[in-house]
Design a protein. Structure first.
Length: 263
């Protein structure tokens, strides 16, 4: 596992955006060689999105031959609902770049057949030969995508019940009213994420410190889903100094010392 530690949120966001541009450009995407990117929602990636949109505007990267997969959607919320993840990603990022709509995939929160929708999502990923880079955030309880604590580490895309802590955290997008947050979601599975060529999880702020400690210094356990990254051959945890406050000082020093290259 690679751990990239930056001074603060802004520095981390710029590094993450730079890394995405590096990975896309290194791939040399074309109509016959698409780059497949998994995208998170939430507040953590907003800084990265801002920089990526600016890099596109400056001509440093093109998204014409990039395919995007969203990580999940609330059950009961459709594409046009401003509380949905699909709406959020279009509003905060996708509308600012040259993405083709036919290259964007989201789970349909209005489906009546959860199993069929999730199977189709997995099939679409396979159609493109898998995901090149999955980017995600992490919850205070260590969940990745919406794979809450005690989710199966072998899980695939499925319907999932949210925990009270996640409902509380996401209430900020629902006028801080937890009763308005849909309790069920469709989410990619842990194995779905682990199948990607590379996974990058972003963690910022002291409230993510417990999750980070268990991801890096703890053992692999479904109690902390993020810990599964220890088994991925190309996993990156990109974090700021604040998120490392519960790591051993020797651990922080080690990762800062070995991470001399920009990418």
């Amino acid at each position: 596992m690679r751990v990239v530690i930056k001074k603060d949120y802004e520095e981390l966001s710029r590094w993450a955006a730079d890394y995405v541009v590096y990975r896309i450009n290194k791939h040399h995407p074309s109509p016959k060689r698409l780059f497949v990117l998994g995208l998170p929602s939430g507040s953590t990636p907003l800084g990265m999105f801002k920089h990526l949109a600016q890099y596109y505007k400056e001509g440093k990267v093109s998204f014409e031959n990039v395919v995007f997969f969203g990580m999940g959607e609330y059950i009961g919320i459709g594409a046009g609902d401003e509380h949905g993840f699909q709406y959020y990603l279009w509003d905060k990022f996708l509308k600012y770049i040259n993405i083709k709509k036919e290259h964007v995939y989201f789970l349909d929160g209005l489906t009546k057949d959860y199993a069929k929708e999730c199977a189709a999502y997995e099939a679409n990923i396979k159609k493109y030969g898998g995901v090149n880079l999955f980017i995600g955030g992490v919850g205070v309880d260590g969940h990745i995508a919406f794979n809450e604590p005690y989710s199966s580490l072998c899980s695939r895309t499925r319907a999932k019940m949210l925990t009270p802590s996640t409902l509380k955290a996401n209430s900020r997008f629902f006028d801080n009213d937890i009763s308005k947050v849909p309790p069920l979601v469709l989410t990619i599975g842990i194995s779905t994420m682990m199948d990607a060529e590379e996974v990058m999880i972003m963690a910022t702020g002291a409230e993510k410190a417990n999750a980070l400690k268990n991801a890096i210094e703890g053992g692999i356990t479904h109690a902390w889903p993020i810990s599964i990254l220890q088994q991925h051959p190309h996993a990156i945890i990109a974090c700021d100094d604040a998120a490392t406050v519960k790591l051993e000082s020797e651990t922080v020093a080690y990762f800062k010392e070995i991470d001399k290259n920009k990418f």
